[in-house]
Each structure stands twice: as structure tokens, then as C-alpha cells.
Ligand binder design. Structure first.
Ligand code: ATP
Ligand code: ATP
Ligand code: MG
Ligand code: MG
Lengths: 165, 155, 155, 165
């Protein structure tokens, strides 16, 4: 299984519908300070079910919705979709893709979708249980966080190995 | 339960030792149980010794050495239990040029089995990408994505 | 006592606002008392808004934007109360090229009144140094210092 | 007043007597990972009286003495001297320089010297009181610490401004 594409609308600094298609090898994103690179990482994390606004650099979940600029109004909701390719030649073609979608409104309501059908976060978590996608502490390393893998306390190191075990 | 955890720890340590030596061009690294008599609750300590240097508390390592040791540990875990994709945000920023080259060699090797999505500002890392995106903010505060052709990228 | 503190705060804030706008090419920055009715014990909150962006919690800024804002604050304090020397260890590592150039311009301006000792791996910063040292470890684990001539430095 | 030179012997990765002369403007130090650049910063901090081994990346003060390599034995003491130029044209020439020296032995004993005369740390601190040399939180920024100036809590920001006020 691999991540085929990321679709963002209204999340942080991406008010317009934006898509990134990924290589099955190495995809790199570059650009000047503050242009939105780490926001893409936050979007992936959020779509996978991250519940802590703090881990997404916000103080409340509301901070994640595009909040406008000097020339553009704020939006009322944010939506991020992750499209996975099962890369399984035994499945019929129309079962090859899995799309998970998370949406959040300023009112605080949030929704999850699996292939455009509403579902609970649990359905998504269970789907990915054996694949290793999700919240492995070692599959997503945020900016400035790599040294933490070493500086962490022995108890925290244990958690990393328990996840991999 | 305890057996499964110990097996994982030993396998990852073996990978860690090998990968550390390759990334540092020598030296040693270990994973040590802080409480060997209580495997079910023991913490794990990371021990690392760059080539030619004496073994000391890992806190004394330099910023770049800590980053490279963390990268060795990351690849060690990935080799034991692969994940479909791995997202890395500027983990190469404190590596000097020769460590950067060794890291990239590893990244390319592991990219055969794991998909990597990396944020970087290092030119050498950009050059190894199969797909490269430029993120821009031409209109202030609005992010846009541009496909960059690896052969014609600027600077 | 309270008066002295408020004076310092206001003077530093005035510097901060100016310097931030120069380093970011626009935008605004403020220093806010968290408890204005209790100046003797109040904390101070840092507010920063890059040009064209809306005011938000400072935590949402990017790594490079936070570093540049911290640099603006540093220079704002130095301008109010100079110190004889200032030691900076790789504070320019997360700045992109254009922010780096603006930071260096400031560094040179302040270096007229304050002595700076900087550790860096950015070539542009090295080029502005009056004196440049290369630290080497030709013999493993043993540091040596070499004077580098700015005109003939490698790479 | 400005810092004229730094002399290190036996501190961290500098077993041999090493001197750096500083510019009154900008002095830069460069080199590969782990070559000793941040150790120079630690040496300056330590010579100025830093009491916390943790802030110098050690777990105990003993960690600061050159600990040997595969081919060289460890040393028994570390010594760092900072030479200041008073840059005061009203003083006679032989009163222009101030040298502060800190020495530490593996046994744990430590000594301070002012112009080669034994003194207490307090004598050094009092000497620098009006100059601003010493432990200003904003005059020495360690590696990876610049964002902390911004991420710090409001109480910590207050401390910074109190120091400058
Ligand atoms: N809800 C939001 N609405 C609009 N803009 C936002 C929102 N949340 C964050 N931003 C903006 O996103 C910018 C940060 O983007 P990001 O962290 O992705 O930058 P970056 O490309 O990673 O930069 P760096 O190279 O410095 O790490 C900030 O300037 C912030 O103002
Ligand atoms: N007491 C000691 N004896 C011998 N070597 C030591 C001692 N303390 C620290 N070191 C060595 O110093 C090295 C770290 O040096 P330092 O932090 O100055 O590197 P650096 O040049 O700043 O590198 P980077 O660019 O990665 O930040 C470590 O490899 C460590 O082993
Ligand atoms: Mg970023
Ligand atoms: Mg360093």
C-alpha cells in the first residue's frame, strides 16, 4: 500500500483546492520560510486522526482552518483527503483505491469519510491497523523533532520500540 | 509478551549497530535496558560512540551527531518493521555535507521498500527526489504547489 | 521599579516593531503584558504578524519565521541594552536565503557596536565575518583551530 | 570592553592548549559535525561561571574534562581563560587587559583566577556587573535554542526583559 495523493482545501494556508501526487519512491517539497511546507505535514497528520491541536502548532482546532489574509476572507471549514493505492494485483481495479477524508467546521463539528461514505475515526483506524499507517511515532517526524528521538527519556524510547514490536 | 519485546529489541539493535557504523563511517551504538530484571517495564537507553571517540553520555554529542544517530535509529526500526510511508520534515538541516551524502545514500536504498515524503532545503536531498514540488506564496499568505522539473530547477 | 520596567518594555517594543518590519519586509510585532493590572508580576506575550498574513497565535508560525522573530527580539533588546559581546551558535540554520541576507545585513550593522562570535555553516554568514576560524578534527576526537583566510576559503 | 581571546586546555575535545583571537566585529567559526564548535561556546559559558553541567550538555561537571580518545589518554583537569580588553584610553597600558581563568580537576576541585591571582567566582561576577558580561540570557544563544526565545512562556519572557531593564 502506498500514499497516492493528498488533497487539501481550507486547511491552514491552503484555501484553494490543492493536490499533491506522490512518488512511490522519494517525494520532496521545497520552498522559502513560511510558504506552507510544514502545513502539508500537519495536513497529513490531521487527516490520519490527530486529536491534539498543540501537535499541529495550534492552540485550538479552530486554528487549523484558513483564517484569511489582508486581502481574503477566512473560510468556514477545512478538508483534507488522503488517497491510498492498495497496490494489490488480486483486487479488482475499482477496489484499488482507498480515500480517507477529514472535514472540520468552525462550529467545531467534524466528519470522517471512507471513500466518500461517512464513517467514524475508528473505522479508519481499524482499516489501517495491520498496515502500519497511522500514528507510528517513527513514521512522521516533525520539524525540529529529529533530535528528540535521541534526547527522549528511557520510558519514551520504550514506547517507540513497543510500537515497532 | 516479554519474549516478543526482547526479540524486537535485539533485532532493532542489530540493525542500529550496522546502520550507525555505515552513517558515521565507523563507531558503535547500542540499545540498553535500564532495568534488565524488569523487561516488561524497563526503559531503553541509547548508547552511541562515533568513530575514534570514547564512549560518553549521548548528551555530549554535537547537534549533527545527534541528528545522524536519530536517523540511524529511525532506519533501524523501519528495517525491522516497515511502514508504507514515512514523512520527514527537514531532518537533514543540521547535517554537514559529508554526513548529508551518507544519509541520502541510505534514503535512496530504503526508498525501494518505503515511500518517503521529505521537506528539505538542502540541494543534495532535492536532487535525489523522484518527484519535486515547490511550495510558493506568490499571493501573501496563500500557499500554492508547483511541480518542479528536477533538471531545470533553479539554484 | 514598576516604572523602570515599563520604560524598558516600551523602548524594547518600539525597537522590536521596527526591526521585525525590516527583517520581514513588512508586518507587525508587539510585546503584550498578560496582566496589565499587575505590572510587577505580569508575564509578557510576544505577538508577531508577518506581512500580508493575519494575526494568529505565534505557535502557528513556521520554523524559519519563529527564528527570524526571535532574532528581531534579540536585536531589539541589544539595541536597548547593549552587551560587550554576543555568542550565537547556528541561529541562522533555519533561515531561507533571502531571510539570511536580511539577518546578515542586521548583524553587520550591530557589529559596529557589539562584538559577535558566531558558529555557522551558512556560506553567506561566513563571508561577512571579519575573522574566520575553521575547527577541524584531523586526529579523531581532537579539536584543532585553523585560521581561514576569507578570500581563499573553500566551497 | 571586548573579548580579546579564548584559551582552552583540556576542556571537552580540546586537550591541547588552543587559542582563538576575536575580532572586535564579527568572528565566525565553521567546521563539520562534531568537530568542536559548540564546545567552544560551552567553554566561554563555563569560564563565565556556569554551574549547571546540564546546560553544558554534560550529566556531571566531570564530563567537561577531556575524556581521551582511542589513541590518547584522558586528562585530569580542564582550564579556560577569557582575556578582555578594557578598551579604555584613560587606563595605563598594563591595566588594559583582564584575564579570567577557570580550572577544574577530576577530583571535583575548582579554582578561579583574576589576572593569574586566585579569586572567588563572586569577584569575577562583581567585576562584570556593570558591563553586562556574564549570564545575560540574550548574550549567549546555544545551538537549537533560538526558537526558544519565542516559544518560552510569558513568565520566562518577563525574566528576559527584567535582565535588560
Ligand atoms: N489557519 C491558518 N490560516 C492561514 N494561514 C495559516 C494558518 N495556520 C498557519 N498559517 C500560516 O502558515 C505559515 C507557516 O507555514 P509552514 O509552517 O508550513 O511554513 P514552512 O514552509 O514549513 O516554513 P519553514 O521553512 O520556515 O519551516 C505561517 O506563516 C502561518 O501564518
Ligand atoms: N569531555 C570530552 N572529552 C572528549 N571529547 C568530548 C568531550 N565532551 C564532548 N566531546 C566531544 O565533542 C563532540 C561535540 O562537539 P561539538 O558539539 O562542539 O560539535 P560541533 O562542531 O558543534 O558540531 P555540529 O555542527 O554537529 O553542531 C562530541 O563528538 C563529543 O564526543
Ligand atoms: Mg517548516
Ligand atoms: Mg554544534
Amino acid at each position: 500500500m502506498y500514499l497516492k495523493s493528498l488533497d487539501i482545501t481550507g486547511f491552514k494556508s491552503f484555501p484553494e483546492k490543492t493536490q499533491l501526487k506522490f512518488s512511490s519512491g522519494i517525494t520532496a517539497a521545497v520552498g522559502p520560510n513560511g510558504c506552507g511546507k510544514s502545513n502539508l505535514v500537519d495536513a497529513i497528520r490531521w487527516a490520519l486522526g490527530e486529536q491534539s491541536a498543540k501537535l499541529l502548532r495550534g492552540s485550538k482546532m479552530d486554528d487549523l482552518i484558513f483564517n484569511g489574509t489582508a486581502r481574503r476572507k477566512a473560510l468556514n471549514f477545512a478538508e483534507v483527503s488522503l488517497t491510498f493505492d492498495r497496490a494489490d494485483k488480486y483486487l479488482p481495479l475499482d477496489y484499488q483505491e482507498i480515500v480517507i477524508t477529514r472535514r472540520m467546521y468552525r462550529s467545531g463539528e467534524g466528519e470522517y469519510y471512507l471513500n466518500k461514505t461517512p464513517c467514524r475515526l475508528r473505522d479508519i483506524t481499524e482499516l489501517f491497523l495491520d498496515t502500519g499507517i497511522g500514528k507510528e511515532t517513527y513514521s512522521l517526524i516533525g520539524q525540529g523533532r529529529v533530535e528528540q528521538l535521541i534526547n527522549a527519556r528511557p520510558e519514551e524510547h520504550r514506547e517507540l520500540f513497543e510500537e515497532a514490536a | 509478551m516479554e519474549k516478543k519485546f526482547l526479540q524486537a529489541l535485539q533485532a532493532i539493535e542489530k540493525n542500529f549497530l550496522e546502520i550507525f557504523a555505515q552513517l558515521f563511517g565507523g563507531g558503535q551504538a547500542f540499545l540498553k535496558l535500564t532495568d534488565p530484571d524488569n523487561v516488561l517495564e524497563s526503559g531503553i537507553e541509547i548508547i552511541a560512540q562515533p568513530p575514534g571517540k570514547k564512549l560518553q553520555n549521548i548528551s555530549l554529542l554535537s547537534g549533527g551527531e545527534k541528528a545522524l544517530t536519530a536517523i540511524a535509529l529511525l532506519f533501524a526500526v523501519l528495517q525491522y518493521k516497515p511502514v508504507p510511508f514515512c514523512v520527514l520534515d527537514e531532518i537533514d538541516s543540521s547535517l554537514d555535507d559529508s554526513n548529508l551524502s551518507r544519509y541520502i545514500r541510505f534514503l535512496k536504498r530504503y526508498a525501494a521498500g518505503t515511500q518517503f515524503i521529505v521537506i528539505t532545503h538542502r540541494r543534495k536531498t532535492m536532487e535525489e527526489a523522484d518527484v519535486l514540488y515547490g511550495i510558493t506564496m506568490e499571493e501573501q499568505g496563500i500557499s500554492k504547489v508547483v511541480s518542479l522539473n528536477l533538471n531545470q530547477k533553479a539554484g
